[in-house]
Design a protein around this ligand. Structure first.
Ligand SMILES: [Zn+2]
Ligand SMILES: [Zn+2]
Length: 194
C-alpha cells in the first residue's frame, strides 16, 4: 500500500473519494501506512478479519504471529511496528463488502483474507501467494502456520480472469494459466516455498 502524493491519480480520483479500506492482513508491509491513509481519506472505514483486529490496534505482530525464530526476531524491530489503528468493522469468511467477497485463507497469518471482485472475477490474493520470480507460498518462517497454507489456497476460486498479488506482477489473459497450474501443484501436494 502506498500513501504518496500519487495516491488516486491513476484512478482519476482523490484520496477523499475512498470510503472503505480492506486490509488482507496485519503485517507491517501492509499496514504501516494505514493510519496516514485513513487520515488522507478523511476517515475511511477500515475492514480487517476478526482474528487480526487486535494486531492492528496494537501496532505490531504478536509472538504467536510467526512460526519461525527469524520472523519473531524481526517483529522486535521498531521499523516493523506501526501506528495503531482501530478497525471500523471486522469481517469473516463468505461475507461481501460491496462487490468484494471475503475468503478466509489462514496460514500466512491467522486472519489473512483473499478478496474476489465478483463483477470482474478478479482475485486479490494479498500474501497468500507470492509472485516474484515464480509463484510460491512465501517464506515459511514469516508465516504464522505454514502447514495451513495449502488447504487455504484450495479454498480460493479458480474461475477467475485476473489475479493481483501484494508482491509481484498481476496475471491476466493467457498468463492466468500459471496460477491454475500453481493451484494444481498445491493440490497435488507439491508445496513451493519462497
Ligand atoms: Zn504478509
Ligand atoms: Zn506482504
Amino acid at each position: 500500500m502506498t500513501t504518496g502524493p500519487a495516491l488516486g491519480q491513476e484512478l482519476d480520483s482523490r484520496a477523499t473519494d475512498i470510503s472503505r479500506i480492506v486490509i488482507t492482513h496485519a503485517h507491517p508491509d501492509h499496514v504501516r501506512g494505514l493510519a496516514e491513509l485513513v487520515a488522507r481519506t478523511g476517515g475511511a472505514d477500515v475492514f480487517i478479519h476478526e482474528l487480526e483486529e487486535r494486531w492492528l490496534a496494537t501496532g505490531r505482530v504478536p509472538r504467536h504471529g510467526r512460526s519461525g525464530a527469524l520472523g519473531r526476531a524481526i517483529d522486535h524491530l521498531p521499523l516493523l511496528h506501526w501506528q495503531p489503528v482501530a478497525a471500523s468493522r471486522t469481517v469473516t469468511d463468505g461475507e461481501s463488502i460491496g462487490s468484494l467477497r471475503v475468503i478466509h485463507t489462514p496460514g500466512h497469518s491467522p486472519g489473512h483474507i483473499v478478496l474476489l471482485h465478483e463483477p470482474t472475477r478478479t482475485l486479490l490474493v494479498g500474501d497468500a501467494v507470492f509472485h516474484r520470480s515464480k509463484l510460491a507460498l512465501g517464506p515459511a518462517v514469516l508465516a504464522a502456520d505454514p502447514a495451513a497454507r495449502p488447504a487455504s489456497l484450495l479454498r480460493m476460486p479458480r474461475d477467475v480472469h485476473a489475479v493481483g498479488f501484494a508482491h509481484g506482477q498481476p496475471l491476466s489473459g493467457e498468463r492466468i494459466s500459471a496460477f491454475h497450474d500453481f493451484l494444481q501443484a498445491i493440490a497435488a501436494g507439491e508445496a513451493r516455498h519462497a
